[in-house]
Ligand binder design. Structure first.
Ligand SMILES: *Cc1c(COP(=O)(O)O)cnc(C)c1O
Length: 426
């Protein structure tokens, strides 16, 4: 079969992952993926966090098959459907109610970027203000508005018309930034001579997924909440990647106790890699007119069916405990690796099952990543210069498969690092 060549001939230059791993994938189960030649891969990428429950989760798969066989309605715009109503009740009962969150659900177009656009539009509409605060190394998506909020210049390159009013602040830890920068900003923004136009919203990822696994501390997040409230700006948590259990609890901000005004969810909300996005809106900010942010695929019933099962997992204490077990295992492994190669690895980073290793030299990170791919791991590097190897296994990966994958990654990294014995390479 000469599949890959034909695919490359037909597909735009924009293709990306298939350049790094040119295999033609065919089947997948849990954290295992097979190509058409029968080669097996261990998934340390999880569709960039869109497959937190692994591939073809049995409960989700069964529900989706049942729905199709019963001739369940497919796309239903935003009509009421049995599938949507079941999901909404589950989401209320398993996620919102136990956390005391009063938020309403807005189904946006089924991508993260569209959800971010909706959040920004709503914040601007509600406040009648324009400025939106976003952070260094932020990633919020590839549509024009979402891209304008993204930090990376490389990502923003295609953006000829930029969104006016983006104010960039340093994320916690960026060149030593701490809470002081937030205080200073709050002072400037509330000073009529401070030169900052009134702020509509502050948007932040509590753990920066694409930006290098930078983790905001709980005090910093609480300070950010306070600053947003003082400025009467909406606090938007972009939980598209860090949410849905990735950091250990359903929402990434739960650890800090803050209540955001808007929360963006997408990637793993359907649990099956089916497109779906949802904006959580604190009721007092729900100032949309009917149909004001619409979109054809807001009623993807199959995604609702899958999502109802996915959300159910978070009512299961053993599933949630399983994330902690795997997170602890990963953290031990990361600390050991960073301790063993201090000359090459700058630090272990991340939170929960959203973690990795930052290399000092991007070339070494790249070699290690390529070695890992050659050992049957699907994974990627992130952050400025792709210096951070990102480990993004499904949250329910079998423990022995996880350990085996980490062993292979250790070998891949050790092959990329000079030997520790004897004289160090110059
Ligand atoms: C992936 C991602 C987005 C964009 O989602 P798309 O579905 O690719 O549009 C936005 N924010 C964060 C934090 C993401 O990780």
């Amino acid at each position: 079969m000469n599949g890959p060549v034909i695919l490359d001939d037909l597909e735009s230059q924009v293709r990306y992952y298939c350049r790094q791993t040119p295999n033609v994938f065919a089947t997948a189960c849990g954290a295992r993926v097979w190509d058409t030649e029968g080669n097996e891969f261990t998934d340390f990428l999880s569709g960039c966090g869109s497959l937190n429950l692994g591939h073809n989760h049995p409960a989700i798969k069964a529900a989706v098959i049942r729905y199709l066989e019963a001739d369940g309605i497919g796309n239903a715009l935003d009509f009421h459907t049995a599938a949507k109503s079941r999901f909404m009740r589950r989401f209320r009962d398993c996620i919102l109610a136990p956390r005391g969150l009063p938020h309403l659900l807005q189904f946006t177009g089924p991508t993260g970027a569209n959800c971010v656009e909706a959040a920004i539009k709503l914040a601007r509409k509600h406040t009648g203000r324009r400025s939106v605060v976003a952070f260094t190394n932020a990633f919020h998506g590839m549509s024009m508005g979402a891209l304008a909020l993204t930090g990376s210049r490389k990502a923003r390159r295609g953006l000829e018309a930029s969104l006016d009013g983006v104010v960039r602040l340093p994320f916690e830890g960026y060149r030593g930034a701490s809470m002081e920068e937030l205080d200073r900003f709050a002072e400037m923004a509330s000073d009529p001579s401070g030169g900052i136009d009134p702020v509509a919203a502050i948007i932040v990822e509590t753990v920066q997924g694409e930006g290098g696994l930078n983790v905001a501390s709980e005090p910093w997040l609480r300070k950010l909440r306070k600053v947003a409230s003082e400025l009467e700006a909406l606090l938007i948590i972009d939980d598209i990647q860090a949410g849905c259990g990735r950091t250990g609890r359903f929402f990434s901000f739960e650890r800090s106790g803050i209540v955001p005004d808007l929360v963006c969810l997408s990637k793993s909300i359907s649990g099956a890699g089916l497109p779906m996005a949802m904006l959580l809106v604190a009721p007092q900010y729900d100032s949309w007119l009917p149909g004001e942010h619409n979109g054809t695929f807001r009623g993807n019933s199959l995604a609702f069916v899958a999502a109802a099962e996915a959300v159910d997992q978070f009512c299961d204490e053993s599933f949630v405990a399983g994330i902690s077990i795997r997170s602890a295992m990963l953290e031990r492994w990361l600390r050991e690796m960073a301790g063993r190669h201090p000359d090459e690895i700058a630090r272990a980073k991340g939170l929960g099952m959203m973690a990795g290793l930052e290399f000092r030299d991007p070339a070494r990170a790249q070699t290690a990543t390529e070695n890992a791919r050659a050992r049957g791991l699907l994974l990627e590097a992130c952050g400025p210069d792709d210096k951070v190897i990102k480990i993004f296994a499904p949250l329910n990966i079998e423990l022995d498969l996880f350990a085996d994958g980490l062993d292979r990654l250790r070998e891949a990294i050790e092959m990329a690092c000079p030997a520790k014995v004897g004289v160090k390479a110059a």
